[in-house]
Design a protein around this ligand. Structure first.
Ligand code: BG6
Length: 505
């Protein structure tokens, strides 16, 4: 067990301290880190926001409600609450005012004196992205991030809204801070199952030798959600599924699958290998975009027995909105390993099932020696990595069906996290916050990664901006998206993979 008293003290300032992200994700994650002895004993967490609370205690009570509702350890929410709550405080302050930053400076000095030890100071921007440049400038002006070793700034996505804006933001931040201080979150990278891809690929002798175009036919990634845009219409109108999911999470999953073996687990080494993948992704000509990517928008309809509004009827959404809530695309990674191996991806809201899976489809084995009827149900090998909600890895292979004849059947060999580890996996935000506190940038996006990702999707973004959709809405809730998505993969003679849950197999 970690010795939390020997860890360097930490001060965490959460801007947007009364917001949804803080309540749902950040505080439950920090509390779990505390319960699991990963939080330095001398930690002070300061929420800063515009909501008024009568006292620090009222703020703490609200956060406890969030833990009871959203934490994976909600059942023993009270276990260490009293001592954790003592680490929490709240100030109602306006982030546009210089006095706010003076106050923060004062709090840091006070804590340093009290502990006789300078803490690591972390600024977490859980605020609307438009505020990020202003806050960054104020933090720098007030000298709050002068020491690159001990001060860190955490940014939530979206990081820019296209390549030029991401470049501009990176340039601004690069002029104010060192890259080692900047933590750009992509919460998918904190997911256990995503991190396990590296272990799976590089800690086993079995898979790496066949992890290439000699054996792999194609790769598929599905990131499907059963929710609509909920109350995020205003944000989503500026984003759409391509920016919201593909530019970040989905491309990062491609990087994990396609990267070359790193020579070490150093943050920059891993990120270098990932950025190589992004650079190798074939640049689609804008005029060709329609052959590589299709978009969809949900109509009104029914999902899980509930009637739901179409995207264009959602709150803060334009009645004629051209914004996509579904994307399917085909990418190629142009290097030796992945030559001619397409990567098909699809993601969308209000789809039939909540599931994120990566499926590696191997080439067919030659069936020469088997009689024709043996091979009726012949299927190529397939490795499926379920990221969520099921967390498992399945390898499909052929087996002989018991009986006198030689009949083949595809069967699955399954590794299930839930069965192996009893549901003890940390949430993505726990891993990510622990990394920020201990100063490990491996799972965070470096400036060049962000830009390379925007570069990959730029032609599609531009093509879609120039050509408004004519058939929106084009898919019903509870479906797998528009017909075009089926056509995108079917024209290559392939089909999308969906899986039955393990225990219902
Ligand atoms: C976020 C997107 O980054 O990821 C959301 O902004 C999306 O629109 C969410 O719902 C999905 O995350 P998860 O962890 O539920 O797959």
């Amino acid at each position: 067990m970690a010795n939390t008293t020997s860890m360097k003290p930490a001060m965490l300032f959460i801007f947007g301290g009364s917001g949804d992200l803080t309540n749902r994700k950040l505080i439950p994650a920090l509390y779990n880190l505390y319960l699991d002895n990963y939080l330095p004993a001398q930690t002070l967490i300061t929420g800063i926001g515009r909501t008024a609370f009568a006292s620090h205690d009222e703020y703490r009570a609200k956060l406890l409600e969030g833990i009871r509702e959203f934490s994976r350890k909600r059942d023993n929410a009270e276990a260490g609450w009293v001592s954790f709550a003592a680490m929490l405080q709240y100030f109602e302050l306006d982030l546009k005012e210089d006095s706010t930053y003076e106050k923060i400076g004062g709090l840091i000095t006070e804590q340093t004196k009290r502990l006789n030890n300078a803490p690591n100071v972390i600024f977490y921007l859980a605020v609307a992205p438009q505020l990020a440049p202003m806050i960054a400038q104020k933090l720098a002006q007030h000298g709050l991030c002068d020491d690159p070793e001990s001060s860190r700034i955490v940014f939530e996505k979206p990081f820019g809204s296209d390549l030029p804006s991401a470049k501009e933001l990176n340039k601004l931040l690069g002029g104010l801070f060192e890259e080692q201080q900047i933590y750009r979150i992509d919460h998918y990278l904190g997911k256990e199952t995503v991190q396990n891809i590296l272990a799976f690929r590089f800690a086993n002798a079995l898979f790496e030798p066949i992890w290439n175009n000699n054996y792999i036919d194609h790769v598929q990634i599905t990131a499907a959600e059963t929710v609509g845009v909920e109350d995020r219409g205003a944000y989503y109108e500026q984003a759409g599924a391509l920016r919201d999911m593909v530019q970040n999470h989905v491309l990062q999953l491609i990087c994990m699958i396609a990267m070359e073996p790193p020579t070490s687990f150093g943050a920059d080494e891993i990120r270098n290998k990932k950025v190589d993948v992004l650079h190798a992704i074939r640049k689609i000509a804008r005029e060709e975009a329609h052959a590589h990517a299709v978009r969809g928008q949900y109509s009104a309809g029914w999902i899980k027995g509930k009637e739901v509004a179409g995207y264009r009827q959602e709150k803060n959404v334009n009645e004629q909105s051209p914004v996509e809530t579904f994307v399917a695309a085909k990418f190629h990674v142009d290097n030796w390993r992945w030559r001619d191996v397409p990567f098909y991806v699809r993601t969308g809201k209000y789809l039939h099932e909540k599931t994120t899976i990566i499926s590696i489809q191997f080439k067919e084995a030659p069936g020469y020696s088997f009689p024709a009827e043996a091979a009726e149900t012949w299927r190529p090998n397939r490795l499926t990595i379920s990221i969520q909600p099921e967390m498992d890895i399945r390898l499909r292979f052929q087996a002989k069906r018991p009986g006198p004849e030689m009949i083949l059947n595809p069967v699955d060999m399954v590794f299930s996290y839930a069965q192996a580890y009893d549901g003890k996996e940390p949430e993505a935000y726990e891993t990510l916050l622990e990394d920020v506190i201990s100063g490990n940038q491996t799972l965070f996006m470096r400036a060049d990664q962000v830009e390379a990702s925007w570069q990959v999707i730029s032609p599609i973004l531009e093509a879609w901006q120039n050509r408004p959709p004519v058939d929106f809405p084009n898919y019903a809730p509870d479906s797998w998206g528009p017909e075009d998505a089926e056509a995108l993969i079917a024209k290559d003679g392939r089909h999308w993979t969906t899986l039955p849950p393990v225990n219902k197999d």
